[in-house]
Ligand binder design. Structure first.
Ligand SMILES: Nc1ncnc2c1ncn2[C@@H]1O[C@H](COP(=O)(O)OP(=O)(O)O)[C@@H](O)[C@H]1O
Ligand SMILES: [Mg+2]
Length: 236
């Protein structure tokens, strides 16, 4: 469903991604692990179209989307939860969720109710301002907003960053339920090994803008092995 070939991208004349090849099948959950600054966010932004490649291609569901704008890719079924969540602090939870529908051009109370059955924690918070929620609640809101457009491919950028462990587990559970229900394909960028291991079926390592290897899931529990693969030493 997603086929990335020899993708190069960067900022101005500074190259960041240097020949990424990544093939992801429909329904898979793939983790991407890497140190700060290795190009994880840049890769996700290139997939959703916030950044255009200097070389290479992104194919999505058999279509070359390399030159399409983010809103066009969203209409085709991509959704993105950015690093730091980027919810609207001065809009209510309800209005934040509405923004998710705007992207795919749909909205109804029925949709909102069915969406909320997967996010019970948000139900009592609907009238609160986004900015008044805890980090974990904001992350659930960002996730719900991304799912409001009923995407096939969900991209998550460090969803556990700065979030309490109890909500991290809830997010992992929500993702696994949603994956089964909706046959979602997931790409998860993370530095939290427990979380990446609980969500992903396979884990790729990114180093200096290149995919340098794959870590078998069962090796994720062995921190020394993971350090060898990634150089990430501060793991939880
Ligand atoms: N908007 C930007 N302008 C210039 N350089 C950037 C920008 N965003 C990221 N970079 C640089 O690109 C590299 C990769 O960044 P990023 O993809 O955010 O890494 P990661 O998400 O793995 O921490 C870093 O060297 C970073 O400083
Ligand atoms: Mg990042």
């Amino acid at each position: 469903m997603l086929d990335i070939q020899q993708l190069h991208a960067g900022y101005g004349s500074i190259p960041v991604l240097r020949g990424i090849d990544l093939h992801i099948n429909s329904g898979e959950a793939v983790g991407i692990l890497g140190h700060n600054g290795m190009g994880k966010t840049t890769l996700l932004r290139s997939i959703i179209g916030a950044l255009l490649p200097t070389q290479g291609s992104v194919q999505f569901s058999g279509q070359n989307v390399s030159r399409l704008a983010p809103n066009q890719r969203a209409k085709l079924g991509m959704a993105y939860v950015p690093q730091g969540r980027e919810i609207f602090p001065n809009l209510s939870v309800t209005d934040n969720l509405r923004m998710g529908w705007v992207k795919r051009g749909r909205a109804s109370a029925q949709d909102l109710d069915s969406l909320l059955t997967d996010f019970p924690r948000l139900k009592p918070l609907m009238d609160r301002m986004g900015g008044s929620l805890s980090g974990g609640e904001q992350q659930l809101l960002a996730l719900a907003r991304a799912l409001a457009g009923d995407p096939q491919l969900l991209l998550l950028d460090e969803p556990t960053e700065g979030i309490q462990p109890s909500i991290i587990e809830e997010i992992a559970e929500t993702l696994s339920v949603l994956r089964k229900q909706r046959s979602l394909t997931i790409i998860l960028v993370e530095q939290n090994l427990d979380f990446i291991a609980s969500v992903s079926e396979r884990v790729m390592v990114i180093k200096r803008g290149q995919i340098t290897g794959e870590i078998p899931r069962e090796h994720l529990t062995d921190l020394d092995t993971v350090s060898e693969y990634t150089g990430v030493s501060t793991t939880h």
